[in-house]
Design a protein around this ligand. Structure first.
Ligand SMILES: Cc1cc2nc3c(=O)[nH]c(=O)nc-3n(C[C@H](O)[C@H](O)[C@H](O)COP(=O)(O)OP(=O)(O)OC[C@H]3O[C@@H](n4cnc5c(N)ncnc54)[C@H](O)[C@@H]3O)c2cc1C
Ligand SMILES: *[C@@H]1O[C@H](CO)[C@@H](O)[C@H](O)[C@H]1NC(C)=O
Ligand SMILES: *[C@@H]1O[C@H](CO)[C@@H](O)[C@H](O)[C@H]1NC(C)=O
Ligand SMILES: *[C@@H]1O[C@H](CO)[C@@H](O)[C@H](O)[C@H]1NC(C)=O
Length: 608
């Protein structure tokens, strides 16, 4: 279902790109251009932005014959409507096999291109499109024209992928396609036989148990085929194996180690098996970065909006009290890029406040490694200097927005702080959210550490609000409140969480019913009785112990929602990634638009 959806989305995307292409480049013009300038590259149905490798008469032989890879080749004709309709599907097939391109290539030959005419004639291509499979070490010879592969459906990627998989599996049964990982279903009843007859460096075995035929197991096996310490196998409807592992729900992923124990067991939704595997490997410092693909932020945002365009607000309300990564990042970008950078010169107390703020962010704000280095760069810019200019900081923040920097995982938009109009909520809401989050993070991470400074976050917040928060009214009120409510007497990390909660409620009370209130999000004492019934006595006063528990839950790192955020960026190491097409392991569009917390990925990088 999830996979199907993912492919469906991609097809829509490719289709819409394709339609705009049809509008922009009329067929006639292209044809004329080609006739006039024969050397010009033909306008084919595939190009560098997809995973389909284009072959021509000039390079076909050297690529396909006597190759150590197997090839699937589509012989098509640009002008054939059927081929045009099939092209997005075929791109989907190529995308499915992209991590195993080094072993099995999905390719195409455009028979409408004059130079390919002899080639298409040689292969006796009588109808378009025709798919041919050429096994590894394929030799040129009379009537060696490859095996024709049926196209079961014009538009269903999964069905097409299944057919290709069946071809590969039957090849393996004939002892060919041995360069590919083992794609035959796992037939033993004993799970630990997975370590029999595999290389000794294989430490972990991943068994994906499926109740029926699916393409998940093969997908995972192909994706991770280059990770030398693991073996990925799958079984279909193997009841004895399932019961020996006590698995009752499918699909299931069981992780085994060579020493003979079951390390972990997960019942993933079908599209998540690869993410579990990648997360497992990442935790053990096995490099999986190359499988992590970064999405275009506009595309993410479109996907988010498509989920519930008409009722994003009600969807957010449904989620309840939660922190969204998107809001945290948008807040920080506004805070640094607009509020801090607005200052002509930052020096003296202001500069101290900025340093304290950055130090707290470096410790507790959730970003990937690159984001963490970005914040450190900012900190070193403002350290060991008497003053910095806002313009210099602005430039740094602006540079951080470049997509290739891979610092921000989310579009600069609002989810938890979405307003019913653009004038409502957003940045001020994000600021509260961020500082609550930071106080709870400080409490979470420093639990039991005597030397931790209980006021670290509150002081940083105070400095920020005093010197940088653009709402000067708010700033005055907050400073007055800090004095009135003895912020300086806060003496534990718990107190700092609770102090901010109580202070925020004072502001909520003052602003309830105010003309600035968003009617969709009325100011109430937090948490509401609805959301946390156990947080109040029957006389409506708060039970502080329960409130603390609730705050530690709502603002905990494992409750962060990554809806609309690209986990690939948050989990990335230092390597610069190449290849930015869709379908990464962590970051299928489908996973990006999930509303649930991704609890096991909640921690980002431990830093001290
Ligand atoms: C420091 C500061 C001072 C401000 N002072 C003023 C002011 O003087 N006058 C003015 O008009 N506006 C002020 N604002 C703005 C105002 O408080 C709101 O941020 C803004 O009106 C948007 O409100 P909101 O409905 O999005 O919820 P917000 O009050 O911004 O709250 C954001 C989210 O935090 C959570 N939350 C709410 N209360 C609590 C709590 N007690 N503990 C933990 N979490 C909670 C909820 O999930 C809520 O959606 C201030 C903002 C800040 C950051
Ligand atoms: C690839 O083709 C699509 C349309 O089919 C087009 O939008 C895109 O710009 C092309 N990309 C390249 C790199 O040529
Ligand atoms: C797998 O590893 C081989 C050599 O170790 C390399 O040539 C190949 O490109 C890798 N494949 C992928 C898909 O990264
Ligand atoms: C409400 O009830 C609690 C517990 O019974 C009590 O401690 C508290 O003082 C009461 N508050 C008010 C305002 O009556």
């Amino acid at each position: 279902m999830g996979l199907a959806f993912q492919h469906f989305f991609k097809i829509i995307l490719i289709l819409s790109l394709y339609i705009s292409y049809l509008h922009s480049a009329s067929v006639d013009i292209q044809q004329r251009k080609y006739r006039e300038v024969p050397q010009v590259q033909y306008a084919s149905l595939y190009n560098a932005s997809d995973e389909v490798e284009e072959l021509t008469a000039n390079n076909f032989d050297q690529n396909v014959y006597n190759s150590n890879r197997a090839w699937l080749v589509e012989f098509y004709n640009t002008w054939c409507g059927h081929c045009q309709r099939y092209a997005p599907t075929y791109k989907g097939v190529a995308n499915y096999f992209k991590h195993s391109k080094d072993l099995f290539v999905v390719a195409a030959v455009d028979c409408a291109n004059d130079i390919n005419q002899p080639l298409c004639r040689y292969f006796d291509i009588m109808g378009y499109p025709t798919l041919r499979y050429f096994h590894e070490n394929f030799l040129k010879g009379i009537k060696n024209f490859g095996v024709t592969v049926d196209k079961p459906s014009v538009s269903n990627v999964d069905e097409n992928v299944k057919t290709v998989i069946n071809t590969l599996v039957s090849e393996q049964k004939e002892n060919r396609a041995q360069m590919l990982p083992n794609l035959l279903p796992y037939e033993h009843n004993d799970a630990f036989k997975i370590f029999d007859s595999v290389k000794p460096e294989i430490k972990y075995g991943f068994l994906i148990l499926e109740s029926d035929k699916s393409i998940l197991g093969v997908d995972a096996a192909l994706t991770f085929h280059n990770v030398s310490s693991i073996s990925v196998r799958y079984s279909e409807h193997n009841e004895e194996l399932s019961s020996s592992l006590e698995i009752k729900e499918f699909p299931a992923l069981v992780i085994l180690n060579r020493e003979g124990s079951k390390v972990e067991e997960k019942i993933p939704r079908i599209e998540h098996a690869k993410r579990y595997i990648a997360a497992f490997l990442k935790q053990r410092d096995i490099n999986v970065d190359k499988y992590i693909v970064i999405h275009n932020k506009k595309e993410i945002l479109e996907a988010v909006k498509n989920v519930g365009q008409e009722n994003l607000v009600s969807k957010v309300k449904e989620v309840g009290d939660a922190v969204f990564q998107m809001d945290l990042e948008s807040t920080l970008r506004v805070s640094l890029g607009r509020e801090v950078a607005r200052n002509k010169v930052i020096d003296g107390e202001k500069l101290n406040a900025l340093r304290a703020y950055l130090k707290v962010l470096i410790k507790y704000f959730p970003l990937g490694k690159r984001g963490y280095f970005f914040l450190n760069d900012l900190l070193s810019t403002v350290t060991n200097t008497e003053s910095v200019s806002g313009a210099d900081l602005y430039k740094l923040v602006k540079d951080s927005e470049k997509p290739e920097q891979l610092i921000w995982s989310s579009p600069k938009e609002w989810l938890g702080c979405i307003g019913s109009t653009p004038a409502h909520r957003r940045y001020p809401c994000g600021l509260w959210t961020m500082f609550h989050y930071l106080t709870v993070q400080a409490a979470e991470r420093n639990a039991g550490k005597k030397e931790a400074n209980p006021k670290e976050v509150l002081n940083a917040m105070y400095g920020y609000i005093k010197y940088f928060f653009g709402c000067s009214d708010c700033s005055q009120h907050f400073q007055a409140m800090a004095a009135e409510r003895n912020m300086d007497k806060v003496s534990s990390l718990r107190d700092s969480v609770m102090w901010l909660w109580a202070a925020h409620n004072v502001v909520n009370k003052r602003l309830a019913g105010d003309s600035t209130e968003d009617p969709e999000f009325p100011k109430k004492q937090f948490p509401t009785a609805e959301r946390c019934p156990e947080c109040r006595y029957s006389n409506e006063t708060f039970k502080e112990q329960q409130v603390e528990k609730y705050l530690r839950h709502v603002y905990s790192s494992i409750n962060v929602r990554y809806m609309g955020s690209d986990l690939g960026i948050l989990h990335m190491g230092l390597e610069k990634l190449t290849g930015t097409s869709g379908g990464g392991v962590f970051t299928s569009i489908d996973s990006i638009i999930r509303w649930l917390p991704v609890a096991y990925l909640g921690y980002i990088y431990a830093r001290h």
